[in-house]
Design a protein around this ligand. Structure first.
Ligand SMILES: [Zn+2]
Length: 403
């Protein structure tokens, strides 16, 4: 397999090398309070590794084992396997929630449980690849801004890898996520301001002092690492695509990764087409929803939602995500904070999976679709992507049990 970086705006290509984050031609066009310009994506080419090639023509084959990771997702990532740190990221379970299926009349409902990652969130997929890249290039220091999950994730994965992490956190981040990052040994800098302020400060630090930026969207490997969730869903559905996937969305990087994973499977000839991907946002933090409706990003609005992981004024990975939503006829659904709290409780009490508010938003999106009569059909295979563990934000979860 061959890998290169390609600018999502102008198509200029670059080698996958240390110090390369954005397109030289497009990044200078950056204006304040807008999504990142010149974001790069990893483009793959060549033949699939043998373990993936072996899945061809086996769609739905009953002898394919759902649980055994026979086809290794690392074989489709731009860092050789030997550089990945010793921490079991990914290969998370795909639940078949019987009670929820019965309650909702959705026989093909699945829950992709990324709360089962080592630090409790999907962000580990990006941290894992970033840590491998650091090892490959002899880098020791990683800098990241985060509302909580990306930072605690990078801290945990770095602890396994023996890397240093400098983490910029808005003071409003849930205390569990701050404690978690500090437990892993990160150097935490609390920022008086929003995630956007933390992001700017962390980039200023990298520009001045060097180190590897793990900032989501800024480092192309963050989207690329997150694509592994789609590769796993494909494998777990016996080498076939789901009909629809619900993705909680804030800065746009997870949904970009979800699209990218499905696209790579099509590129490799393993699947025919990218499935429907639904972007679920809190109605108080819905920049991508507005952009998809209007065709572009306007003046940012201050985000207000209890779902901290998807609370974003300016979606840094907005151009990538918007481009993919447009290309693949994606759509957006917004949900209220009340709907998120109630969906969180319902998911927990009907399935046994306790997800954080941002993750529960994806389930709330499915419920909203169902109420509006545009949800998945009874037999459709619908996957809800649950991105973070409920124990990460107890204060919000309390609202669900006090109702
Ligand atoms: Zn460019």
């Amino acid at each position: 397999m061959k890998y290169k970086y390609v600018c999502i705006e102008c198509g200029r290509s670059y080698a996958v090398e240390s110090g390369r984050y954005l397109c030289d031609d497009c990044a200078p066009k950056q204006s304040a309070d807008q999504p990142l310009r010149g974001q790069l994506e990893v483009q793959i080419s060549g033949d699939a590794p043998a373990d993936w090639e072996a899945l061809k023509g086996l769609a739905g084959h009953p002898r394919l084992d759902l649980s055994v990771p026979e086809a290794d997702v690392r074989g489709l990532l731009p860092v050789p396997k030997g550089f990945f740190p010793p921490i079991p990221v990914g290969n998370t379970p795909l639940w078949e929630p019987r009670r929820l299926r019965e309650e909702l009349g959705l026989e093909g409902l699945f829950l992709k449980d990324d709360t089962a990652n080592p630090t409790g969130s999907l962000k580990d997929r990006a941290s894992y690849l970033v840590a491998a890249f650091a090892a490959q290039h002899g880098l020791k220091d990683i800098i990241v801004a985060s509302t909580g999950n990306a930072g605690s994730s990078m801290a945990g994965v770095a602890a396994a890898a023996g890397l240093n992490v400098r983490l910029y956190l808005p003071a409003s981040a849930p205390v569990a996520k701050i404690v978690q990052a500090m437990q892993y040994g990160a150097n935490v800098i609390k920022v008086e301001g929003t995630y956007d302020d933390a992001f700017d400060q962390s980039l200023a630090y990298v520009n001045e002092h060097g180190g590897l930026s793990r900032n989501t969207a800024h480092n192309p490997l963050t989207v690329e690492g997150k694509k592994t969730v789609s590769l796993e869903i494909f494998r777990q559905l016996r080498a076939s695509m789901p009909d629809v996937v619900y993705v909680p969305t804030g800065d746009g990087v997870i949904i970009s990764g979800v699209f990218k994973g499905f696209e790579d499977l099509v590129t490799l000839g393993l699947a025919d087409k990218v499935p429907e991907v639904v972007c679920v946002q809190a109605d108080g933090s819905a920049a991508l929803t507005r952009a998809l409706a209007s065709g572009g990003f306007g003046v940012p609005e201050a985000a207000h939602t209890i779902a901290d992981s998807i609370s974003v004024d300016v979606p840094r990975g907005g151009l990538f995500a918007l481009g993919r939503l447009q290309k693949h006829s994606g759509r957006c659904v917004t949900v209220s904070d009340d709907a998120i709290v109630s969906a969180q409780r319902r998911l927990s009490s009907s399935s046994g999976l306790f997800a954080e508010p941002a993750a529960a938003a994806a389930f709330a999106g499915l419920l909203a679709d169902k109420d509006a009569g545009r949800g998945p059909g009874k037999k459709d295979r619908a996957v809800v992507l649950l991105t973070g563990n409920g124990l990460k934000d107890i204060a919000t979860a309390m609202k669900g049990v006090e109702e």
